[in-house]
Design a protein around this ligand. Structure first.
Ligand code: MOS
Length: 737
């Protein structure tokens, strides 16, 4: 059966991607295509007092300029439609009125015959504002913090009396950690190309992590039926959460296409990629109390996180502190500060990256207070029960992650004293951190059709944002029906395909994978019922559970020589094709368990003592992620996560100028991300983990766990190297001097 699952199959879409055959949202075209360029607000708060488009409109080739003054009255402007990933609140409505809610808010769309004319015309739009002072400083506005309703609803019940226990604890730490806002910077910028069809319907190519989410949003706003707003997105050049919500370019492109009855494309610039959604800046206070032997006696984790003035963006930042370790007294608080910025947005392992950076830094500080090895401290407080819910874990091989990671890293050779390890003028430091990420299975559907030629086409409206979904779904389908990989085609990224959730939360393999397995098994059962009635059938007396599919055949498990080829079965039964459709839902038994992926991250840094420059020379990430469907694509996910963790630890920083309320370094020259020269030796270990609770396949998801814990491991290694505790990310060299 398992010919492909667990094998490092190459990406089935790899050739299309490297040859340019794969098309992205801004690459689709039409003979009458026109181009839209967005004009962004120069201020962060206030209102537009004068918007003069006359010079721009007079330019030859300019078709129209859409603003709040001339936009049509749309259904959506009266209601608050929330997309699948919308936090509580009132979503931003582009071109709604003259009010400016955040810097670089879209205030006009210039549409012209060429991109060049549109861009030039956009520069001629004259805008006057009445400016108010924006409030964008999280720390300075802590006093305005409030507990969001959504967090109140999801808050784990407090355990014991942590505030009392912390006072009594013989050993304790109390520190505040800050990390700044960060922006998603996928290679592909957000874009939409709307093809205006002869019958007036729209074929919408959108950069998105969910075509059906974009479709519902557009249908609602423009009062269109699903058939009138067909959304397609076969390839996505990275997204990391930025494509979870429909972004304003989608709205603007559809608006222009509807009004002009023309095909329109709008692509945001790299600068404009900093004008919607970001990982929120967060200030976290963590207090830990322990007995002299290291046993935790109290955990207090309180945080302040930014949101916009119009939505309560809430992520799970503190709840990790109630489930990761064995501790009877835990107190958590999660508060928001509303600022004049766009609503923050899920970014790879939202909340987990943030919360565990603080908790795992604090654990490291506690280890030094206790004069205890940081790994030993974690083992001392290991728990097989999720104490925040009193649930057992469906599986938890974190202990194996610690052991195998430590062994490969050589952790036992670590000299515990800070500044004790040197290599020439470099201080060497070793640090570690734990990571966790919740496992979820969402409802998903898939359909499949097997042709007489032995070709199987399986499809679902999921996405592949670079995670390898095309490949693993092909593997699951090929395995279930015992077909060669090259006989299977998997289709995704199309709103007309069977319903699937957004690609996010690391749940696609579990959710869509289960649907794909179900629908292929359904086809197998249909073949089986036909096969039993074939004259002299070797399966006449068999049950479905007695057979397997392998090498294009149906075989008896007990005697594989008793077989019929799938083609033979179809031919003898007079079938030209076999089709099916299935919907997979999470099983009720999941409810009694806590389901998480775990990791142990070990990092080595070398810090130049004179200049404070940090090189992350080694990272080993040991992952307990259930069944590994494809070690090659899984490893790529983890490596990508580690690289981003290095960026988070050392480089990435969206700098807000509070005077202007504007992210000033809004391009890749000034917003630093790791480049090849920053990346040295990265290694991934997948520890054995079997889990038949999470889903029938036993897969937990690899998309996000790789980034969790990485920044903390690096920050801890920097302390070990230098003896200096920097509690603010990114740790740039100025903070080390
Ligand atoms: Mo992910 S932040 O759920 O795309």
């Amino acid at each position: 059966m398992t010919d492909y699952i667990g094998k490092p199959a190459n990406r089935v879409d790899g050739a299309a991607k490297v040859t340019g055959a794969a098309k992205y949202a801004a690459e689709f075209t039409a003979p009458d295509l026109v181009y839209g360029v967005v004009v962004s607000s120069a201020i962060a708060k206030g209102k537009i007092t004068r918007l003069d488009t006359s010079t721009a409109l007079a330019l030859e080739g300019v078709l129209q300029i859409f603003t709040h003054e001339n936009r049509p009255n749309l259904a959506w402007f009266d209601k608050n439609y929330q997309d699948e990933d919308a936090p509580p609140g009132a979503p931003f409505r582009p071109l709604y009125d003259e009010k400016i809610l955040f810097s670089m808010q879209p205030i006009a769309l210039v549409v012209a015959e060429t991109l060049e004319i549109a861009r030039y015309a956009a520069s001629l739009v004259q805008v006057e504002y009445e400016t108010e002072t924006p409030t964008t400083n999280l720390e300075a506005n802590r006093a305005q913090a409030y507990i969001p309703k959504k967090y109140k609803a999801a808050e784990p019940s407090p355990r014991g009396n942590a505030k009392e226990a912390i006072v009594q604890a013989p050993v304790k730490t109390d520190a505040t950690y800050f990390h700044t806002s960060e922006h998603h910077n996928p290679m592909e910028m957000h874009a939409s190309t709307v093809i205006y069809q002869p019958d007036g319907t729209l074929l919408i190519y959108d950069k998105t992590q969910g075509t059906q989410n974009s479709q519902k949003y557009i249908s609602k706003i423009f009062n269109l039926s699903p058939a009138e707003a067909h959304v397609v997105s076969p390839y996505v050049g990275g997204a990391f959460g930025s494509g979870l919500r429909p972004q304003y370019q989608l709205f603007l492109t559809v608006l222009a296409a509807q009004e002009l009855k023309r095909s329109v494309r709008v692509m945001l610039t790299r600068q404009q990629m900093f004008s919607f959604g970001h990982r929120p800046a967060t200030l976290q206070q963590v207090q830990l109390g322990a007995a002299p032997d290291g046993a935790l006696q109290a955990i207090i984790h309180e945080n302040f996180s930014e949101t916009s003035q119009f939505e309560d963006y809430t992520e799970n930042q503190v709840n990790w502190s109630a489930m990761l370790y064995n501790c009877s007294d835990v107190h958590l608080e999660h508060k928001l500060v509303a600022l004049d910025v766009y609503t923050p947005l899920d970014m790879r392992a939202p909340g987990g990256v943030t919360g565990m950076y603080a908790l795992e830094s604090a654990m490291d500080e506690l280890a030094y207070e206790l004069k205890m090895d940081p790994l030993e401290l974690r083992l001392k407080n290991y728990t097989d029960i999720d104490l925040s819910k009193d649930n057992p874990f469906s599986s938890k091989e974190l202990r194996a992650c610690y052991q195998q990671g430590a062994e490969r890293f050589g952790w036992s050779k670590r000299n515990p004293t800070p500044r004790s390890m040197r290599e020439g003028k470099n201080l060497v430091g070793w640090g570690l951190a734990t990571g966790a990420w919740e496992v979820k299975q969402q409802q998903a559907s898939a359909k499949a059709i097997l042709s007489i030629g032995g070709k199987l086409t399986v499809s679902s409206a999921t996405s592949d944002i670079g995670t390898g979904t095309y490949t693993i779904m092909t593997q699951i389908a090929a395995d279930t029906l015992g077909l060669p990989l090259e006989n299977v085609t998997f289709l995704l990224g199309d709103s007309s395909l069977p319903e699937a959730p957004l690609q996010g939360g690391s749940w696609t393999a579990a959710s869509v994978g289960t649907a794909v397995q179900m629908v292929c098994a359904q086809i197998g059962e249909k073949l089986f019922s036909q096969a039993r009635s074939i004259p002299n059938s070797p399966f006449a007396k068999a049950k479905f559970t007695d057979i397997i599919f392998a090498n294009g055949q149906m075989q008896l498990k007990t005697d594989p020589m008793q077989a019929l080829s799938i083609l033979e079965i179809m031919r003898q039964s007079g079938l030209s094709s076999v089709a099916g459709e299935a919907t997979a839902k999470p099983e009720a038994k999941q409810k009694k368990y806590s389901m998480f992926t775990h990791s142990a991250v070990f990092a080595e840094v070398k810090v130049d003592e004179d200049f404070g420059t940090v090189h992350v020379t080694r990272v080993i990430s040991a992952i307990a992620g259930g069944r590994v469907l494809n070690p090659k694509t899984a490893r790529s996910q983890i490596i990508g996560g580690i690289v981003w963790g290095i960026g988070m630890a050392l480089e990435e920083e969206s700098m807000l100028d509070h005077q202007f309320g504007r992210f000033m370094n809004h391009d890749l020259a000034e917003y630093h991300v790791p480049v090849n020269a920053d990346i040295h030796d990265l290694d991934v270990i997948f520890v054995e983990e079997h889990d038949d609770i999470v889903n029938p396949i036993g897969v937990k998801g690899m998309g996000e766990i790789g980034i969790v814990g990485t920044a903390a491991a690096i920050a801890n290694a920097i302390y070990h190297a230098t003896g200096k505790r920097v509690r603010e990310l990114p740790i740039t060299l100025d903070k080390l001097l």
